[in-house]
Design a protein around this ligand. Structure first.
Ligand code: PLP
Length: 362
C-alpha cells in the first residue's frame, strides 16, 4: 500500500489486526469462494450459520465458559445493555448494587434506576475517577452487583476482582474495553456484556454472556427483542443479525486463538503497558493521572503541566503517524489505548518519541 499504516492508539472503534481487515475486505466481494459478498448472503443459510456457530464456539473456548453460560451476539452497542440488563434482571421492587467508577458506569446506573432500586455501593466521582473505590459492602439480597472492569475514559482497571467475587450475589460486568485482553475467571460472572468494537470486532454488535438461571425471574412483561431468552432460543437470530460485524468478530477470534489465546495476549498487553508506564514514570515532563494500583493496561492516560507543551507533543505525534493519542474530552491530556491488536512496536515508537521530546524540553 502507498499509505504507511499509522500507529493507532485510538480508544475505538475496532483496533484489529491488519490480517482481519484484509480478509474482511476480500469477503466483501467474495465470501469463501461463493462469489457472493458477505453482505448479501442470507443470514439463515448454512453459510452464515457456520459463521455464527464458530464465533460462539470460539468465544466459549477463549473465555473458558461453562455449559450454563449462553453466548449472544446482539445489536445496539454496550449502551443498550445498560437498560437491557436491568430490564431482564431487576424487578421494580428489588435493588441492584452498582459501582460508580466513571462515565460508563454512571450511565449504566442511570438506566437501571428506570427499572428498580439502585444502591451505588461506592464511587470515586469526588476524585474525578482517578482511582477505584475498593471499600464497599453489598447487601446479600441485591439482585446483582454491577462493575465496569475497565474504565475507558479515565484509564482505570480492576486488577483484583476478589472483592466482587466475595459479594456472593450475581456479578454483572461491562467488559467493553478489556474483554479478552486478560485471563479472568469468566465463569464467576452472571452476565458479561461488551460492545465488540474494541478488542473483538466491528461496531454494531455486542457480546453478551449470560447464565440461563438468572433469566425469567422478573415480574414485568419484556418486549420480545429485549428478552434475552428469545435470543438464546433463536441462536442470536431472532431478527436479522449484524452479519458483517459478527463475521469480523469471527476473524478476530480466529486470530486470537491462532496466536495462542488469552494467556498469550495478556502477557503481550502487560509488556506493552509496562513499557509505556515505565516511560511516563521516568520522564518528569509526563504525568500519570491514575493511582498506580488501578492503572489500566488498555487505556493509558497521562498529562503535561503546560498546555502549550501538550499541544506541541500532540502535533508531533500526528506528524510521526501516531493517531488517537489525544485524551478524552472530559479528561484532557493524552490517552494511548493499547488494545489487543496494537503491536508492541507501536508502543516502542510512541515511547521513543516521548523520550526524544523530553530530551528536547530538558
Ligand atoms: N462501556 C464502556 C466501558 C465503554 O468504553 C463504552 C464505549 O466506549 C461503552 C460502554 C459504550 O459502548 P457503545 O458505544 O457500544 O454503546
Amino acid at each position: 500500500p502507498s499509505v504507511k499504516t499509522p500507529h493507532n492508539f485510538n480508544a475505538g472503534p475496532s483496533i484489529l489486526p491488519r490480517s482481519v481487515f484484509e480478509e474482511a475486505s476480500r469477503s466483501l466481494l467474495d465470501f469463501n469462494g461463493t462469489g457472493l459478498s458477505i453482505l448479501e448472503i442470507g443470514h439463515r443459510t448454512p453459510l452464515f450459520e457456520a459463521v455464527m456457530d464458530e464465533a460462539v464456539a470460539l468465544l466459549r473456548e477463549l473465555m473458558d465458559l461453562d455449559a450454563e453460560q449462553e453466548v449472544l451476539f446482539l445489536h445496539g452497542g454496550a449502551s443498550t445493555q445498560f437498560m437491557q440488563v436491568p430490564m431482564n434482571l431487576l424487578d421494580s421492587s428489588a435493588v441492584a448494587a452498582y459501582t460508580d467508577t466513571g462515565v460508563w458506569a454512571s450511565k449504566a446506573i442511570k438506566e437501571a434506576k428506570l427499572f428498580g432500586g439502585v444502591d451505588v455501593v461506592c464511587t470515586s466521582k469526588g476524585d474525578h475517577y482517578t482511582h477505584l473505590p475498593k471499600d464497599f459492602t453489598v447487601d446479600p439480597s441485591a439482585a446483582y452487583l454491577h462493575l465496569t472492569t475497565n474504565n475507558t475514559i479515565y484509564g482505570t482497571q480492576w486488577q483484583d476482582l476478589t472483592p466482587f467475587y466475595k459479594a456472593h450475589v450475581p456479578l454483572v460486568a461491562d467488559m467493553s474495553s478489556d474483554i479478552l485482553s486478560r485471563r479472568l475467571d469468566f465463569r464467576k460472572f452472571g452476565l458479561i456484556y461488551a460492545g465488540a468494537q474494541k478488542n473483538i470486532g466491528a461496531a454494531g454488535v455486542n457480546v453478551v454472556v449470560v447464565r440461563r438461571d438468572l433469566l425469567g425471574k422478573v415480574q414485568r412483561t419484556l418486549p420480545t427483542m429485549m428478552d434475552y431468552r428469545n435470543h438464546i432460543e433463536n441462536g442470536s437470530m431472532l431478527n436479522t443479525p449484524p452479519v458483517f460485524a459478527v463475521y469480523v468478530c469471527l476473524l478476530t477470534l480466529r486470530w486470537l486463538k491462532g496466536i495462542g489465546g488469552v494467556d498469550v495476549i495478556e502477557k503481550e498487553n502487560e509488556r506493552k503497558a509496562a513499557l509505556l508506564y515505565d516511560t511516563i514514570d521516568a520522564l518528569p515532563v509526563f504525568k500519570p493521572t491514575v493511582a498506580k494500583a488501578d492503572r489500566s493496561r488498555m487505556n493509558v492516560c497521562f498529562v503535561m503541566d503546560n498546555p502549550d507543551t501538550q499541544a506541541e507533543f500532540l502535533a508531533l505525534c500526528q506528524q510521526e503517524g501516531m493517531v488517537g493519542v489525544k485524551g478524552h474530552r472530559s479528561v484532557g491530556g493524552f490517552r494511548a489505548s493499547l488494545y489487543n491488536a496494537l503491536p508492541y512496536e507501536s508502543v516502542v515508537a510512541l515511547t521513543d518519541l516521548m523520550k526524544h521530546f523530553a530530551q528536547k524540553k530538558a
